[in-house]
Design a protein around this ligand. Sequence first.
Ligand SMILES: *Cc1c(COP(=O)(O)O)cnc(C)c1O
Length: 333
Amino acid sequence: MVFQSLKRRGYVEQPTPLQKLRRFAEKLNGANLWIKRDDLLPFGGNKTRKLDYLMQEAVEAGADTVITASTNQCCHNGILLLAANREGMKSRLIMESWGRPKYDFSCSPEREMYRLAGAEQVETISDLPSGPVEEIPLARKMAEEVRREGKIPWFIARGGAGPLGSCGYVRAAEEMVRQWGSEEPAAVVCPCGLGGTQAGLIVGLKRSGCKTRVYGIGVTGKSTAVMEQSVREQCRELTDFLEMERVPEDAVCCIEGFAGDGYALPYKKQYECMQLLAETEGIFTDPVYSGKTLAGLVGLLECGKLDPKQKTVFLHTGGMNLYYDFSSLKGLG
Ligand SMILES: *Cc1c(COP(=O)(O)O)cnc(C)c1O
């Protein structure tokens, strides 16, 4: 598949800004830091870029109901619900409880948001099944119900993972390359959750002939080895899908040690980094993804793995909708 010939829905119309972090960088001994503002995408988050491609496939298949799963405090279910509404489709969502304490959806602010936007069905499960969404018994049951109503269901992978979803970040990489022109940075620092964002960036920068290194900060508590193996595999799938030369193994660099006690559990040093960015630049990061990535960026500068004199770009993937609190709407709908 040739990248340029891939169709997308057009959810991402304009490049998100690439800005210099002057005041934040001053506090970090004058490091040469920039930020890519994907938090400014509609509803914030890298899921919008992935769904730009993934929903095209659903529309072309004639689907009228999308089914997906994701963990609590991941933007995927919410952003898919909004994208489905835009396409006139229904959505059935599975919330997988992950992290401590166990997530209670019935009391979560997300619940009212899903109700407000009219999700057809939202169910919670208390474990994280390892296989694809279409193998979760509950998801199969949802699909059967949809078919029985004479409608056409469509599964969307958890977190928008997979080569087509990652194309959203191949495109983002090309966008950044146009923005920085001849001033190529030494590094881009991004979150590594399932790793599709990082894989897309690595492949996209390679496609553009860039030597910029991509560091994926682990946000879930997985080891470097486990993350790197997964991101390498996703890079292989993506380059095969795009009929491109594979990227070398050492192009994949994941960093453990900044996830605190695990997924969705923030910690003090992370809080301080989030506070510094908010105080110096007026930019919020979220507790689950971008806040930990920011803590990783600061940590890599402190330990000398990133050279403060060399240009570094922090990819802010958003996650801000995690902050919305619709709980005051409870009982109205
Ligand atoms: C899902 C998500 C991530 C993780 O992206 P992966 O491609 O799964 O690594 C990062 N940031 C935000 C805001 C997210 O919602």
